[in-house]
Write a protein that binds this ligand. Structure first.
Ligand SMILES: [Zn+2]
Length: 192
C-alpha cells in the first residue's frame, strides 16, 4: 500500500478504537501527540523500503534507507512480522519513556497505544496486497487477505486508488456520523 493509504488506515483504526473503548481523561497535547505517533506508526514498518515516504522526507533518507533495508532483510520482511512490529513498538516505548520528562503533560501510555494501532493497521493493510505479509516470522510464509493471491490488490494500482481508499473514507464518514454523540461527549468530558 502507498503511504497515503497507510496514513488514512492508521487514523481510521485509531478513531474506531477511540469511540469503541472507554478512554481516560487526557490533555489536548496528548491527543495531538497521539495522532502524530499514530501516523508515524502507520508508515514505520516501511523503513525496510529505501523509497518509502518515511525516508523520502528525511535529508539523507535515501542512503540511510538502503542501509536499513539490508539490515532488515529486505522489503516486507522483519518489520512486517509480529516479532519485528513488537520490536518497533518496544523501541518506541523506550523513546517515549526517555523523552517523557520533557513533556510531563503527555500521557505516554495513550501516545504509545496510538503508535501500536498505527503499526497494526500497516500490517493489516499490507495483507490485502499481492505480496502478503510474513506475520509469523521466523516461519517464512506470507499471509494475505483473501488467501488467494490473484484476488488481492496491487500496491498503487486501481484496486487501491478506487477500492481501498474510498472504502476507508466512507468508513471514516460512517464512523463520524454514527458515533457523533460519542465523539462530542469524548471531546467535552475527556479532553482538558
Ligand atoms: Zn509495508
Amino acid at each position: 500500500m502507498t503511504g497515503r493509504t497507510h496514513d488514512l488506515a492508521a487514523i481510521t483504526l485509531l478513531g474506531t478504537v477511540a469511540v469503541l473503548t472507554p478512554l481516560p481523561s487526557m490533555t489536548l497535547s496528548t491527543v495531538l501527540i497521539a495522532i502524530l505517533a499514530n501516523q508515524i506508526g502507520g508508515i514505520v514498518p516501511d523503513i525496510d523500503q529505501p523509497v518509502a515516504p518515511f525516508w523520502r522526507n528525511l535529508p539523507v533518507g535515501g542512503f540511510v534507507g538502503k542501509v536499513i533495508t539490508r539490515m532488515m532483510g529486505g522489503h516486507r520482511f522483519l518489520t512486517h512480522s509480529i516479532i519485528g512490529a513488537g520490536l518497533l513498538c518496544f523501541l518506541a516505548l523506550q523513546f517515549l519513556l526517555f523523552i517523557h520528562p520533557l513533556m510531563p503533560n503527555i500521557n505516554t501510555t495513550i501516545v504509545w497505544y496510538a503508535f501500536v494501532i498505527g503499526v497494526l493497521s500497516h500490517l493489516i493493510m499490507d495483507s490485502f496486497t499481492k505480496e502478503g505479509v510474513p506475520w509469523l516470522l521466523p516461519i517464512p510464509i506470507k499471509f494475505g487477505i483473501p488467501p488467494i493471491r490473484r484476488l488481492r490488490i496491487t500496491t498503487g494500482k486501481w484496486g487501491e486508488t478506487l477500492g481501498v481508499w474510498p472504502i476507508l473514507i466512507l468508513a471514516d464518514i460512517a464512523l463520524c456520523a454514527s458515533q457523533y454523540q460519542t465523539i462530542l461527549a469524548l471531546i467535552h468530558t475527556h479532553i482538558h
